[in-house]
Design a protein. Sequence first.
Length: 217
Amino acid sequence: MLNYQTILFDLDGTLTDPKLGITKSVQYALRKFDIHVENLDELVPFIGPPLANSFQEVYHFDEEQAKQAVDDYREYFKDKGIYENDVYPGIRDLLTMLREQGRRLIVATSKPTVFAKRVVAHFELDMYFDDVCGSNLDGTMSDKAEIIQSILDRYQVEKDRVIMIGDRKHDIIGAHKNDIASIGIEYGYGSSEEIAKIKPTFITKTVHELIQLFSHE
């Protein structure tokens, strides 16, 4: 059993499967730039990393275009895309067990805090979490390392008692930069190669394996 007292969870691709909502929001934003993507699978790389970075990296937008694209994305996301989302099977069992063990659970996401809190509340996951920490709407505090650092500062926890769980390299890099342990999960949107290459402390393939890692049994 892992004895970490404070557990940080990524949101998209770790607690919930946001594929439909995020990809449709990106599709909506791209249409404003006369870029038409019909196959939503092509937009899966947008799940996880900060949005502005993804528009720049995937479609080579400049900084101003990326900012406008994020604004356009939010037009669709704030009322529709945010709810086109599902909690992964087994997550509620995992969270229930961790709370019964007396651990502190915190969401650490690059999604703006205001949206992350709405998602967590909508799916009634808020009862499990002590806090939901994300980025600012103006794009600041979107780097996962900054988000983790802000949590460590706020709660004054010992680093050897904290672990970050996430599905993308940004989650693990953020943990590395803050000298805390990490679990890379393979059921989300990072490939097994992406997770293995970044060398998390542990790797799990399923939610069930996560439960086993933290179980007393």
